[in-house]
Design a protein around this ligand. Structure first.
Ligand code: NOJ
Length: 977
């Protein structure tokens, strides 16, 4: 029995979603959200009116001001329906070709929330110096390279073109509608009577619309004829007071040249987003972005989940473009494909300005670079955090933690991190240990750290409202807690800790104070976590925020944050601020700072800068195992590569077959953590019977051998933004057969292709090879050959096997010595697996640094290229330095220093060697194998066995034993055939 107090137990039984069968009815459908209903009704009216539909929004050419830097213009926009209301439009072209489109109501009754971008962006983007807007009679244009942006005046329509072909079109369907602020009519309910009197001449403007639809009120024709949930809205037992009235924003964004779209995580669905509108849609509701704690979420649904990133990729064989909408309020997105080769989307947000970034691509890599330039690249995490994380709700005492660690060691299973869920704390007052069960937290952590491991401890954002809890009391004294709708006092809600309040991280006064709480030493003023050590890192959960007795298990939308903004305005950004500040806190515990690890459940655009995420409370079902892969891929598209799903499934007791397959999924997730609900049976891998136990041990060891691959891939994404897990459309953008693939993917640019098995009782699968290249089975060296048109191969993977291939042309560095923890591998030798392409060449990279500090930013790293080339009867495998030769220091932001010039990290591994080289795909037995200029090496050759023609069958494999070359040095190995 976990150490809950009686009150705690009672409160949990009363309100905890986990204790009830909470289902979809706890969350709104579009038809239950007033603004979404209004947005969809608008699009239904447009569909019905067909070509008679006319956007009432137009740009006033006389108001255009082209700024002195010429790549920026502003102009006034009017709606013919409300001529007395003014909107301002601004377009900017950035130096990388991204177009930013902002529209806001000018001098309205109130101010729309316009700060979402300030939380998401890393800095103010650079405006192009070369691009000039040119205004004509009907439009204003800017041309650059192959791209062109055209803003048509009447009706307002914004298009991004490439090679004269429309790529992204805003308001092409006339669904733009920014509901302006209005005054609530006291007695009247009729729209027209509630409105201020139109200015002189306004009727003429409205006429333009009326002309096309005689005999109806143009406002009603466009907007509907009821004040549908304008001023108050009910859902279940809650009432949202909506003091600002209607302020939603609708905009259609079309991709006339792209038939597939990806992104807008987080949803449990396919990577290529299924339709929600048009003819026979897959889902009947739009995709929802509203961070929520959804109990037992469905494995296939457009419902919102814990995090929201409003970014889309639209893709075709010709090009990829992206859009990012910096909006923090609830947003619904309808998706339709009018044809196979085009896509329309309709975005409906509850509040905020239009702040759209059009990313012109034209390749997926370009879009990743453009998005990273806006919101930042993913953080380079501590190396240990790429190892195996063992979690459950809960390890119940410090002795429990010690025993679990001992069992891993007895079984020789690698693990890097032990986790503590909420029951470590006294009455769910985070930081405060339950002293009965955790009497010696520092000693416990030191016992874990002594074996080279770390701990992660949960700190949730709800603060128990009691004066005996310093975190709450200090926050209350500083007045940094979220306020109720009145704007006075402290909002009180219910969460694990019972009656709780939430820190308002939008209030800068909370920042330094929160960071100080994580100091492991005593402060001059205030409380700090002296009963912890710097080997403890942090898990931020429930930060949507989850409020058990709130609407949709979250905070009331009319709560008040810093600056007077309502919670509705910033809801989707809220969770990111918590992990942002927590990661800064963990980073700043030491001087000099060390890399923090913070796991977050809730996230927004920019969260990639602060740590890892996981897919929340998945179910122990095969469907959830499979959709977890798709969700992790989608997160990668949106910048958040450091992602994973709970291995084993959070709810339920997976049978051994499922658990084994789930570990096969997990070891190929960037973030690898097993976790389980408090009601589940213990299922640490050492508890499995044989043969399952042995299989999982081998899988964990496989993950550890591949840490060099993972770390190299993380370094790359931390510089380029290209995700760690790469779906087919990213690798082969021109191959339409791969556009829908989301059950197989590549790891970084390592050439490793994996397709985990995610169905029960299955050993047979097919793997798609997109190119005319050889792919080797990672374990057997069996060579498979793809074709230029793409080919599916049949593959059998018994329970102990996972389909894993090396793409011909790759060199994969691994460390094959089994270790208890990754920190013990620092000086281990390397194995290089050289997988020759059909033309005999191969290439690979290896990035290393100390894994914990920021010394790599000052050049303390090792970055190698391995290259194999075949010429006549010689194969030459060479190692060269990428760090010193790299020209892109300014681009990458990493100072360069060759490691022979005082690179202490390189010195620390100066004698680390390559202990084995395996060359796969040699046509025959070599005559000699030498280090260039050296003596003959010890090697053996296993000849290939042809099967199936065209180089298929088991490949010839040369194994060079201990070539004695060092990883930090340049060398070449010459294989004479
Ligand atoms: C919800 C989280 O999603 C889950 O992982 C955790 O175990 C529980 N909260 C308890 O903290």
């Amino acid at each position: 029995m976990p150490p809950w107090t009686l009150l705690g137990v009672l409160s949990l039984l009363l309100v905890v979603p986990d204790a009830l069968a909470v289902k979809s009815h706890d969350f709104k459908t579009c038809s239950q959200a007033g603004f979404c209903r209004r947005g969809r009704a608008l699009s239904a009216r447009a569909a019905e009116a067909k070509s008679a539909w006319n956007s009432p929004y137009s740009l006033d050419p006389a108001s255009i001001i082209i700024a002195s830097n010429k790549a920026v213009f502003t102009a006034g926009v009017k709606s013919a329906l409300y001529p007395e209301i003014n909107f301002g439009l601004e377009l900017r072209v950035h130096d990388d070709g991204v177009v930013r489109v902002r529209m806001d109501e000018i001098n309205g009754l109130r101010k729309r929330y316009d700060e979402a971008a300030s939380w998401a962006l890393i800095s103010e983007p650079q405006i192009s110096e070369d691009i000039t807007w040119t205004a004509g009679k009907k439009d204003i244009k800017a041309k650059y390279g192959n791209n062109e942006v055209v803003v048509a005046f009447e009706p307002l329509k914004i298009s991004l073109l490439r090679g004269g072909k429309e790529q992204v079109v805003l308001n092409g369907q006339g669904l733009l509608h920014m509901e302006h602020f209005r005054t609530k009519a006291v007695e009247e309910t009729k729209t027209e009577e509630a409105e201020p009197k139109p200015e002189e001449g306004a009727e003429d403007a409205a006429e333009q619309v009326v002309m096309k639809v005689p005999e109806v009120n143009p406002r009603a024709w466009f907007e509907g004829d009821t004040e549908d949930d304008w001023w108050e809205e009910r859902f279940s037992t809650w009432t949202d007071s909506k003091p600002k009235g209607p302020e939603s924003l609708s905009i259609d964004i079309s991709f006339p040249s792209h038939g597939t779209i990806y992104g807008i995580p987080q949803h449990a669905t396919r990577l290529a987003l299924p339709t929600t509108a048009g003819d026979s849609p897959t889902f009947t509701d739009p995709y929802r972005l509203y961070n929520t704690d959804v109990f037992e979420y469905l494995a296939s649904s457009p419902m919102s989940l814990y995090g929201s990133i409003p970014i889309l990729h639209a893709h075709s064989a010709d090009s990829t473009v992206g859009i990012f909408h910096a909006v923090g309020s609830e947003t619904w997105i309808d998706v339709a494909h009018p044809t196979d080769k085009s896509t329309t989307t309709h975005w409906i947000s509850e509040s905020g300005i239009l702040d759209l970034f059009l990313m012109p691509g034209p390749t997926p890599a370009d879009v990743f670079a453009q998005y990273s330039a806006l919101t930042g690249t993913p953080v380079l995490p501590p190396h240990w955090s790429l190892g195996y994380h063992q979690c459950r709700w809960n390890y119940i005492s410090s002795d429990d933690v010690r025993t679990v660690q001992k069992r891993f060691d007895e079984e020789d299973m690698p693990v890097d991190v032990f986790w503590l869920d909420i029951e470590y704390s006294e009455d769910h007052k985070y930081f405060m240990w339950n002293e009965k069960n955790f009497p010696d937290p520092v000693d416990m952590t030191n016992d874990v750290a002594a074996l080279g491991r770390k701990m992660v401890v949960i700190v949730d954002p709800h603060l128990k409202r009691t004066s005996t809890y310093p975190a709450f009391q200090e926050a209350s004294d500083r007045q940094v807690l979220v306020k109720p709708p009145s704007g006075e006092g402290e909002y009180e809600g219910w969460c694990w800790s019972g009656s709780s309040s939430w820190i308002d991280f939008f209030n800068p006064n909370s920042w330094d104070w929160w960071k100080a709480k994580f100091k492991t030493t005593a402060l001059k003023e205030g409380w700090s976590w002296t009963s912890s050590t710097t080997d403890i890192h942090i898990w931020n959960d429930m930060n949507e925020p989850s409020v058990f007795n709130g609407p949709e298990i979250s905070m009331p939308r009319d709560n008040i944050h810093h600056g007077g903004w309502e919670h509705r305005d910033i809801h989707n950004i809220n969770g990111m601020l918590f992990s942002n500040l927590t990661s800064q806190a963990v980073q700043e515990r030491t001087d000099p700072p060390t890399r923090p690890f913070v796991l977050t459940r809730s996230f927004f655009a920019g969260s990639q800068r602060f740590g890892a995420m996981w897919t929340g409370d998945n179910l122990g079902t095969w469907e959830h195992m499979a959709v977890g892969i798709q969700m992790v891929l989608a997160n990668g598209i949106a910048g958040l590569s450091f992602a994973g799903s709970d291995v084993g499934g959070f709810f339920g007791n997976p049978e051994p077959e499922m658990l084994v397959r789930w570990y096969q999924v997990g070891i190929f997730n960037p973030f690898l953590r097993a976790h389980a609900h408090i009601d589940t049976k213990r299922r640490e891998p050492f508890l499995l019977e044989q043969p399952y136990k042995g299989i999982v041990k081998d899988l964990l060891r496989l993950r550890y051998t591949m840490l060099p691959v993972w770390y190299t891939a993380f370094r790359e994404t931390s510089v380029t933004g290209v995700p760690v897990l790469r779906p087919h459309y990213v690798m082969f953008p021109k191959d339409p057969k791969g556009f829908d693939l989301d059950d197989q993917y590549f790891i970084g640019n390592s050439g490793l292709l994996v397709k985990p098995i995610t169905t029960k009782g299955t050993t047979k699968t097919t793997v798609y090879l997109a190119e005319d290249e050889v792919y080797y089975d990672y374990f057997t060296h069996h060579a498979y050959r793809g074709t230029a048109k793409g080919k599916e191969i049949d593959y059998t993977a018994e329970l102990h096997q996972v389909p894993l291939f090396v793409r011909g042309g790759s060199i994969v560095p691994t460390r094959e010595r089994p270790r208890r923890a990754s920190s013990l591998m620092h000086r281990d030798p390397f194995t290089l697996r050289v997988a020759l392409a059909k033309a005999g060449a191969a290439r690979g990279e290896l990035y290393l640094d100390d894994g914990v500090s920021y010394a790599h930013e000052k050049g303390q790293f090792v970055w190698r290229a391995f290259e194999a080339a075949t010429a006549k009867k010689t194969v030459r495998v060479a190692s060269t330095d990428l760090g010193a030769a790299r020209p892109g220091a300014a681009v990458d932001g990493i100072a360069l220093a060759s490691y022979d010039a005082g690179n202490k990290f390189a010195e620390s591994i100066a004698d680390v060697r390559v202990e084995k080289m395996v060359v796969v795909g040699l046509s025959g037995k070599p005559a000699s194998v030498k280090v260039d200029g050296g003596a003959e090496l010890v090697w053996e050759f296993t000849p290939g066995v042809a099967a199936g023609g065209k180089g298929e069958g088991v490949a010839g494999v040369l194994t060079i034993k201990d070539p004695k070359v060092r990883i930090v040095e340049d060398w070449a190995i010459i294989i004479q055939l």
